[in-house]
Design a protein around this ligand. Structure first.
Ligand SMILES: C[S@@+](CC[C@H](N)C(=O)[O-])C[C@H]1O[C@@H](n2cnc3c(N)ncnc32)[C@H](O)[C@@H]1O
Length: 381
């Protein structure tokens, strides 16, 4: 099969984990970029990227790279591409654009120019044109302009990979599935220790942990844009999905999610059922701060409220201090990871972090702090 360049986009801080994942699906020439990893592969690698990668947001296939110092050069450069390879007059397409630099300041306008260049090319030759469908196009095109450097790619993914498709309902600022699984992979959970999320919201951490533990392909719940492409190989795709199913493994460990909110528990259970992991994940209502339950030798990951909107500022610092006290007293011999976008509050946990990792939740700069809790911390109380 033909090899070509592929770019997997990701979240700041997850590039190395994504590169590790790419090695396991047989990608070649892996290079770490900023919020992206580039590599080479064939159609199988491309399909596997969408099906298997937990920490990629979107998988792009660059088809042209050129310089444009004016709108006219952008139009002409776009017209040089052999669009008939990808589109017919009876197909639909959509363009997403991002621009940086002073030459092209409006990404929507640059995308419009690119669209005109494609449409005009078809109309001149066939007196007919492919139409636009922003919801479910046959071809999703990605335009990226950095100063005068234009890259046009095919977006094989469609709606981003953080939307696995199992979270139909959600509560309280849920994490994207990409970020949640990235945090679990960064935390190096050994899949032997019990996994606990004491503030699980819509259940993203426990469900992603279960998918990892059972080696369930994160892309097995949804559709991708490449399934609409002219060169889509249905036989290959069905085979890869079948292989993925055959490679799922049994998991006999314990994964638990708690939250003080009834609706969060109901929704987490629904989401786990949809993800097919309800037998191995359990959810229960529990107030983390007020509970006296003891947990030992467990792997804890939690994403407490950051305090904007949900809580007043003078409540949030004491709240983080209480989180630290609870961990110290009732979570013996555990590794606890707190992921928070409140960089001030997380300093008040009152435990010494053994590592701090910078990550972003959308535009919010966050920290993933690790706390190693020993039985001794209880005795010294
Ligand atoms: C930022 S959300 C977590 C989102 C979650 N990681 C997800 O992806 O859906 C914070 C959660 O903490 C819960 N929470 C706040 N205080 C709590 C407490 N004392 N005990 C248990 N849960 C609490 C809230 O109900 C909310 O669901």
């Amino acid at each position: 099969m033909n090899e070509f360049d592929i770019v997997a986009k990701t979240i700041f801080g997850l590039e190395e984990i994504l590169a590790d994942e790419l090695k396991t699906i047989g990608a070649k020439d892996i290079k770490i970029l900023q919020r992206a990893v580039s590599y080479k592969g064939n159609k199988e690698t491309l399909y596997k990227s969408n099906l298997h990668l937990r920490t990629a947001i979107r998988i792009l296939v660059p088809i042209s790279n050129f310089k444009a110092n004016s709108e006219r050069e952008l139009y002409k450069g776009t017209q040089k591409i052999d669009w008939e390879k990808y589109l017919n007059t009876n197909k639909t397409f959509a363009i997403d654009g991002t621009t940086s630099g002073e030459l092209f300041t409006h990404s929507k306008y640059a995308a419009l120019l690119t669209k005109d260049a494609i449409v005009d090319k078809f109309r001149d030759k066939f007196d007919a044109r492919p139409s636009i469908d922003t919801e479910n196009p046959d071809l999703r095109i990605n335009l990226h302009i950095n100063h005068n450097n234009v890259t046009i790619s095919l977006d094989s993914t469609g709606s981003n990979l953080g939307k696995r498709g199992y979270k139909l309902r959600q509560v309280f600022a849920p994490l994207s599935e990409v970020l949640a699984s990235g945090i679990i992979l960064v935390s190096d959970w050994d899949k032997k220790q019990d996994f606990i999320d004491p503030m699980c919201g819509s259940g993203t951490f426990p469900i992603e942990a279960a998918l990892i533990a059972k080696n369930i392909a994160p892309g097995s719940f949804r559709k991708f844009n490449f399934e609409n492409w002219k060169d889509f190989d249905r036989g290959l795709w069905l085979q890869l999905k079948k292989d993925a199913k055959n490679n799922e493994i049994d998991f006999n460990g314990k994964i638990q999610g708690f939250d003080m909110d009834d609706e969060a528990i109901t929704i987490s259970k629904e989401n786990a059922r949809r993800a097919g992991v309800n037998r191995i994940v359990s959810f229960a209502k529990q107030d983390f701060i007020d509970s006296n339950n003891e947990f030992t030798d467990s792997h804890i990951i939690m994403n407490p409220p950051y305090g904007e909107r949900l809580m007043e500022d003078d409540e949030i610092i004491p709240f983080y201090k209480e989180i630290g006290d609870q961990l110290k007293h009732n979570y013996l011999n555990c590794n606890a990871f707190i992921f928070s976008g409140n960089l001030r509050a997380i300093k008040h946990v009152g435990l010494k972090a053994s590592s701090r990792i910078k990550l972003f939740n959308g535009p919010i700069e966050c920290r993933l702090n690790k706390f190693e809790l020993y039985a001794g911390s209880k005795k010294n109380r």
